[in-house]
Design a protein around this ligand. Structure first.
Ligand code: FES
Length: 109
């Protein structure tokens, strides 16, 4: 088993709460969702089409990210597709904070 590589994404203070942010790690485009002190990192590319969740809409009460293109819904905590036309889950990635910097764990390619 190969362990994830931890990549720094930026200072915690650079991620506003309840405002999805795009971060790129090489060619891998990620969507960072911060809700208070909780961080979630998902793949940014919608599994339905060519749209990005970091450009979508966050509904914290419902726990979903809404795709801006067709309105597909994803649970931002675990990536599950929970509203059509999205029907395939998004990949989610582990996070950790080290000395005030958010890190994401990505599998080696
Ligand atoms: Fe996201 Fe269609 S591209 S729901």
């Amino acid at each position: 088993m190969t362990s994830a590589t931890w990549i720094p994404l930026g200072a915690v203070a650079d991620f506003p709460s309840e405002a999805p942010q795009r971060r790129d790690v090489g060619d891998h485009r990620l969507c960072v969702v911060r809700v208070g002190d909780d961080f979630h990192v998902l793949d940014d590319l919608c599994t339905h089409g060519r749209s990005f969740l970091s450009e979508g809409f966050l509904d914290v009460e419902e726990g979903v990210l809404e795709c801006a293109l067709h309105g597909g819904l994803f649970d931002f905590r675990d990536g599950r597709a929970v509203g059509t036309p999205a029907c395939r889950d998004l990949a989610v990635h582990p996070t950790k904070i080290v000395e005030g910097v958010l890190h994401v764990g990505l599998d080696p390619v």
